[in-house]
Design a protein around this ligand. Sequence first.
Ligand SMILES: Cc1cc2nc3c(=O)[nH]c(=O)nc-3n(C[C@H](O)[C@H](O)[C@H](O)COP(=O)(O)O)c2cc1C
Length: 371
Amino acid sequence: MTIKSRICEVFGIKYPIFLAGMGGAANPKLAAAVSNAGGLGVLGAAACTPNQMRRWIQETRELTDKPFGVDTLLPMSVRGGGNLKQNQGKNPADLVEDYQEMAKEFMNEHGLKMIEADRKPTEIESVGLFTKEFFEEQMEVVIEEKVPVYAAGLGNPAPWMERLKANNTKTMTVVGAVRHTVKVSSAGVDAIVAQGHDAGGHNSPIGTMALIPQVVDAANGIPVLGAGGISDGRGIAAALMLGAEGVWIGSAFLASEEAGIYKHQKQAIVDATEEGTVISRSITGKPARIIRSAWTDFWERSIHDPLPMPFQSAVAGSVLASADADERQDINPGFAGQGIGMIKSVRPAEEIMSDLVEGMEKTLLESKKWL
Ligand SMILES: Cc1cc2nc3c(=O)[nH]c(=O)nc-3n(C[C@H](O)[C@H](O)[C@H](O)COP(=O)(O)O)c2cc1C
């Protein structure tokens, strides 16, 4: 069945199904597998150093001759220096050491060893993860590498649009509210992702089902992809019914053989039900949907709020690294959306894609039964 969607025409793909840019998880193998299966694989390059990102782009080009994308974050709060403002009388940068002490106590309580001291300084540490300079250096690579598609997972790519368009890079941006839609539509993006509250990772307070049609109405004719909690073909068909012309799917691809997450995290997804996630600022400092863990519970109980981006990453970093080294699903099960209750096993991405396509086609055909 041919799906008549502008998304397929604009992005040169067979099915209007995008692998969402998921930091680290959406790696070259996974992105290439989705592109090769007729969707569009988007690299989750948000935490990649500029050199890592260049390597990932080259690796993806070796694995597929189909279009693919790169996703990074461009949060205004960081790019505008907003997070360096005084926070309850204190600069968050001055609180990092105290917070790292709290993290150490948490680690002791949970039998985690500090492994950060053994690590050699990385490129990330020299640039400063999630700082303004970090995001800007990433954009230089996106432009130099002339990638087929660029997705801004947070924020507005307007300052880079002229150079991206000159390279014929298709651009898209993720929004969680109508007011963001209005801003990014005037930047001239090729598609807008309406990502609702059900989604894994940084997300919106508005539920997916209510958000999609409202973003479609505000998008000024720009095609919209629906996102958040879509984990099977029925969800894709529903997003199309709500006015989206494609979908941006994350969690359903996390339990794939290719995904760049740990085995214990893939198992956490298979084990979880639809009730298994919470919204927490405990990882990046921004509200994100994540599988509930001892680390999210710790911040839920704490009298202190997590620090804003980019400072909370410096607090959570050693806890998560240590949890991963010990395969601790109870401490770092990872980000995931509310659709994970539908995920029953870890499979090759190609198989996940073909189930999504088959389920979408079946649901669309069956929808005639209502008339
Ligand atoms: C593990 C994980 C990591 C994510 N990392 C990013 C990211 O780096 N950049 C981004 O734009 N969105 C990120 N997201 C959000 C996804 O791009 C996407 O919007 C979301 O997964 C859609 O909801 P779903 O997981 O319910 O399909 C992440 C989501 C997950 C589950």
